[in-house]
Every structure is written in C-alpha cells, then in structure tokens.
Write a protein that binds this ligand. Structure first.
Ligand code: ATP
Ligand code: MG
Length: 604
C-alpha cells in the first residue's frame, strides 16, 4: 500500500472545518437556516416534558380542564412546527450534501485538469479517485447531516439541563452526576474507537486499490496466471475488513451499553430521589424522567461523532491538499491576463503560431527523477522542417518532445517557440497548435466519430473521410460493423493497438496542427501500413514543423535532419546519408538494425 493511503493522524484546529469553509461559504444561508430550524426543533423537544408536567399537574392533579383547548392547540402547533422543521432540515441537508458533493467534485476535477504530467506520475489513479469521490462525500455529510443533527442534539442537551436546573436544581445536579461517569467511559473507549475507525478506512482504501489494480491489470493477471494470488490478496483484505468492522461494532456496542447503563442510572436517581416528589408534584417527576432518558441520545451522538470527526480530518486534509496543489507547469498571472486560461481562453489576443522551436542550454530533470536527463542541450528546429529524433531506449527522446509540448518545463535554460520563451504564452495557445500522436495511443470511450471530433469539433464529413484516408485508417473503419458509429470501448479497448494508433493519427490531422509530434506513431502497425503512413506523412508535414521519433531507422530516411540522441545529448546530426558517411553511432545503430531485420526476414 502506498504511504499516502495511510490514515495517519492529523490534528487540525476545530477538526479541520475552517479549512473547508472557503469552499462551502456560498451555502451560508442554507447552513444558517438548518442551524436555526435545528435549534427551533430542539427547543420544542425540550418543551414537550414541560407540557407533560403542566398536563399532569393541572389536568390530573388539579382536576380542571379549563385550559385544555389552549393546551391542545399549543401542543398541536408545536408538533406541526417540529414536523415542518424536520421537513426543512431533511430537505436542506440532502440538498446541501448533494450540492457540496457536486461543487467539491467539480472543483477537484477541474483542478486536476490543470495539473501537470508530473502529478499523474506521482499519484495513482486509485488515490486520485478516492480524493474526488470519497473525501468529498464525507465532507458533504459533515456539512449537512452532521450539522443538522449536531445543532439539534447539542441544543436539546443544553436546554434539558437548563430546564432541570431551573425546575429543581438539587435533583438536576444529582442526575447530571452521570455525565462525568460517561466521560470516564468515553476516555477508555475513545482511542480504541478512533483507532478502529482509522483501520476500517485504511483497509477500505487498500481494497479500492486492490480492486483498481485487479481490473486495470486484468490481462496481465491472466497472462501471468496469478489469479489465485490476486484473488487471495483481495479476500485477505475483505476478511480483514470484516474483522475490523466487527471489532468496531463491538466497541460501539459496548459503549452503547455503557450509555444505556448511565441512562438507567440517571433514571434510578430520579426514581430514588424524586419518588417522594411524585406524590406532591407528579409533573416535575415525569419531566425529570423524560430528560434523564432523553439527554442520553445527544451524548451518544456526540461520542459517535467525535471519532467520525477525527477521521474526517484526514479527508479534509487530503482534499484541500489536492485543491491547493500547484501544477509544475503554470501560466503566470500576466500570461493568463493576456491569453486567458484553459477554461476561458482569450483567443482574440493569440498570435498566429509559426512553429519555430529552439532549445537554449536546456537542462532537465524529472520532478521525481534523480538524474539529469538533459544537460546544456541546444537544438534548433526551424519552422516547416521535418526533424527526426533517434536513439536507443531511455536516451531521452520522449523527454525532448515532452519539453517541446511544455508538458514539463526545463530545470534550467529555455525552450523558445517562435523566438519567445514558451512560458511567455499560455499552455493552451501552444497545445491548440499541436498534434501529438503518442507512443501509447489513447482513445476515449464513445464512437469512432466522437473520438475523431475531439481533434476538431467542427470537422465535416469530408474532412473526416480525408483524414482517415490519409493515414489508411479508412480501412479500419470500413471493417467495423457500424463504421464511424462503432463504439470503441473504454480507452479504445475494442480495437487493436495499431488501429488505435491509426485513429489517433487521423484525430491529430483533423486538428490541422502547426506542429506535429509523432512519438513512435507507427510502432504498432504492420510494415505495409507503415509504408502507407510514411507516404501520408510526407504529404501531411508540408507547411508544418514536425518532430518524429522512430525506432525503425528506415522510416526516418527522408527527414530534413536526424538528431541522434545518446544519454540526453545530441551526438550526431544531419541527413541520413551524411550520418551514414560519418561512420559513427548512427551507422552502428543502423547496421545493427539492418542486420536484425535481415535475420528476421530469413527466419520468416
Ligand atoms: N516521469 C518520469 N520520471 C522520472 N524519470 C523519468 C520519467 N520519464 C522518463 N524518465 C527517465 O528519463 C530518461 C529518458 O526517458 P525517455 O522517456 O525520454 O526515453 P526515450 O528515449 O523516449 O525511450 P523509449 O525509446 O523507450 O521511448 C530515462 O532514463 C527514464 O528513466
Ligand atoms: Mg519514448
């Protein structure tokens, strides 16, 4: 389990509630109404024993019914007010819970869109999922149901104590003696309750994590034939969950019985000391009986809540941490002022992009990486040129394009786009002019058409057909039962990787980008298709700057310039023939690959 899935101790002032207040402050009126109706409801709850006292003493004791109609009227009115209060509270609490969930989830999701690749490298999908779904849900409950219940229960407790003290201070103090007793029990159980609560949530996180891995890694699990082990891990965790939940239930049960015990004790005190009272003031006697039992419910609730509040602090801490996480790549205020941000771009201020790229003395280390991947790296890619980057695995090729696309920013030095530091314009400005076909293609769930339209929502039928034809993806679509309307499944799982690659290629072309980045864009298609795409690439790249990464060196022969990268440095550069003539590293790579391919051909 990753460390960040541990429900470690956090102590925030006032259970962390002030931290989340800025995010829920727009609901102040609703929260206020809920508190007021809660107070009103509990006020009437406190009144009911007083009514009973009056009824007993007046109607039964004095044997007169003169005020009965008024009594009934007030009683019915009170019940009505409680009913209406209950309705308002239930309605508002539900509305508030759902609204807070919607807001926090929306905010967290929107914020996640602004975070850089580095954040996603450092945090697992399961972890992010828990922040957006379960943390928000717990916070939603805290600010709705717990708040209603809390204001109601606490004010009932205070009201009952005050009335008891006014009516009969001596008896009241005797009844209140049970409270310190409960406090003693509480201090015994509290830490265990909190601890088991924490354990339950920790195990729950682990179960979610295991579940995620089990589903996302389903294929790998099958191919490694480790179903039994993975299944056992999962049932181990669910078994632990069962044991811990039972343990928590035992503590809760034990504690609930001590509360009942305290409640009975309070009643016993009332019966013992108030018994004498019953003969002359049966109303007060009944009042004490009601309060003595009634005040235990708020006490039980408070105790339940305290352990919940303490564990909810972790949820608050984590969610606010996510919301406060700053992206490694951000647009400065000045840039946002001119160019807008990802959600509200000011396209009227965007200058036309040409597509000149230059690396000036760039050094780069991944935010979580230990070693420098690039050191004092210089490179110039003039507008309209067709550059290929080659080199062995791990040489830093994808890193270079990550920097061109500004998915990361240089640790030192500058990446210039059209002669200006990339940081002087907005990320969206650059990204809108980019077409990027990834080493690992990604499609969204939905139809083929919907996926293509992500490239350009305004593309017409002809544009789509042209783009598909250009990269030979029309053949893929023709094979599909429903053509463009075929559902591709989550991440295009119903298609082969090569097919996904071709469709993402078509999608990039539909966007008509000024800069086209192809990172092993044809690594998963057969040689015939690759040749077709190669021909297409020659047409597509006209009028654009293109950067192509390829393992198969035969595919980069036509590039204007080939950069040979080794250990984060350009060791050779030039056209294919020039590089071969150098008789250096490129030649070595080329010959090795040529020999490998020849061997493969011989072996059939
Ligand atoms: N997110 C990351 N965090 C830390 N280090 C990374 C990260 N991504 C890559 N690296 C490191 O940076 C170096 C260059 O990686 P890069 O992905 O650029 O290689 P590449 O040339 O594209 O390799 P390949 O041909 O396998 O795609 C590698 O040593 C790798 O371990
Ligand atoms: Mg790569």
């Amino acid at each position: 389990m990753p460390d960040n899935e541990k429900y470690e101790k956090v102590s925030l002032p006032f259970f962390g509630i002030p931290k989340i207040l800025p995010y829920v402050k727009s609901y102040r009126p609703e929260i206020l109404i809920m508190i007021v109706t809660g107070l009103l409801g509990s006020f009437i709850d406190v009144l009911i024993p007083l009514y009973q006292r009056y009824a007993l003493n007046h109607f039964v004791g004095d044997r007169t019914l003169d005020t009965l109609p008024w009594f009934i009227l007030i009683y019915v009115l009170s019940i009505l007010v409680t009913g209406v209060g209950n309705y308002i509270n239930g309605y508002l609490a539900q509305k508030l819970e759902s609204s807070i969930n919607r807001d926090l989830r929306g905010m967290a999701f929107k914020h996640l869109q602004t975070l850089s690749f580095a954040y996603y490298n450092q945090n697992s999908v399961g972890y992010i999922h828990s922040r957006v779904m379960s943390d928000t849900s717990r916070i939603g409950i805290l600010f709705s149901w717990s708040l209603v219940e809390g204001s109601w229960q606490l004010s009932y407790l205070v009201g009952a104590i005050v009335v008891m003290l006014i009516v009969n201070a001596k008896l009241a103090l005797l009844v209140l003696l049970v409270l310190p007793l409960i406090a003693v029990f509480f201090s015994i159980f509290q830490s265990r309750l909190i601890q088991t609560n924490r354990e339950v949530r920790e195990i729950n996180s682990r179960i979610t994590g295991n579940f995620n891995e089990g589903i996302t890694g389903a294929r790998t699990i099958k191919t490694l034939a480790v179903e039994e082990r993975i299944g056992r891990d999962f049932t181990d965790e669910t078994g632990k969950m069962l044991r811990t939940t039972v343990k928590a239930a035992r503590y809760r049960g034990l504690f609930a019985s001590t509360i009942s015990l305290a409640s009975s004790l309070a009643l016993a005190i009332v019966l013992w000391k108030g018994g004498v009272l019953a003969a002359e003031d049966v109303g007060t006697f009944s009042l004490f009986m009601s309060y003595a039992t009634g005040m235990m419910e708020p006490v039980r609730w408070m105790i339940d809540c305290i352990s919940d509040f303490i564990t909810t602090q972790v949820n608050i801490e984590r969610l606010t941490k996510l919301l406060e996480t700053k992206s490694d790549v951000t647009d400065s205020e000045e840039v946002v002022r001119i160019y807008g941000d990802a959600f509200e771009p000011k396209k009227e201020n965007w200058e036309e992009i040409r597509g000149d790229i230059e690396f000036k003395d760039v050094s780069f280390r991944y935010p979580d990486g230990e070693e420098m991947v690039l050191e004092h790296f210089d490179m110039k890619i003039p507008f309209g040129s067709n550059i290929a980057i080659v080199g062995e695995t791990g040489a830093g090729k994808s890193t270079l394009v990550n920097l061109i696309c500004r998915f990361y920013e240089p640790t030192a030095g500058q990446v210039l786009i059209d002669g200006k530091d990339a940081r002087e314009r907005s990320q969206l400005w650059l990204h809108s002019a980019l077409g990027y076909v990834l080493q690992t293609p990604h499609l969204f769930s939905g139809s083929v058409r919907e996926n293509l339209l992500y490239g350009n929502p305004n593309a017409g039928e002809e544009d789509i057909e042209r783009a598909l034809k250009l990269v030979s993806a029309d053949e893929v679509v023709a094979k599909l039962e429903k053509g463009l309307e075929t559902d591709v499944g989550e991440d295009g799982s119903l298609l082969s990787t090569g097919e996904k690659q071709l469709l993402s290629f078509a999608r990039a072309i539909l966007a008509d980008p000024k800069i086209l980045v192809l990172d092993e864009a044809t690594s998963s298609v057969d040689t015939i298709t690759e040749q077709k795409i190669q021909a297409a690439i020659d047409t597509i790249i006209k009028g654009r700057t293109s950067v192509m990464i390829a393992h198969r060196l035969s595919t980069v022969r036509n590039a204007d310039c080939i950069l040979v990268v080794k250990g984060g440095k350009i060791v050779e550069q030039g056209r294919h023939e020039e590089l071969l003539a150098l008789n250096g590293y490129y030649k070595e790579l080329y010959t090795r690959q040529y020999e490998d391919e020849a061997t493969a051909n011989v072996l059939g």
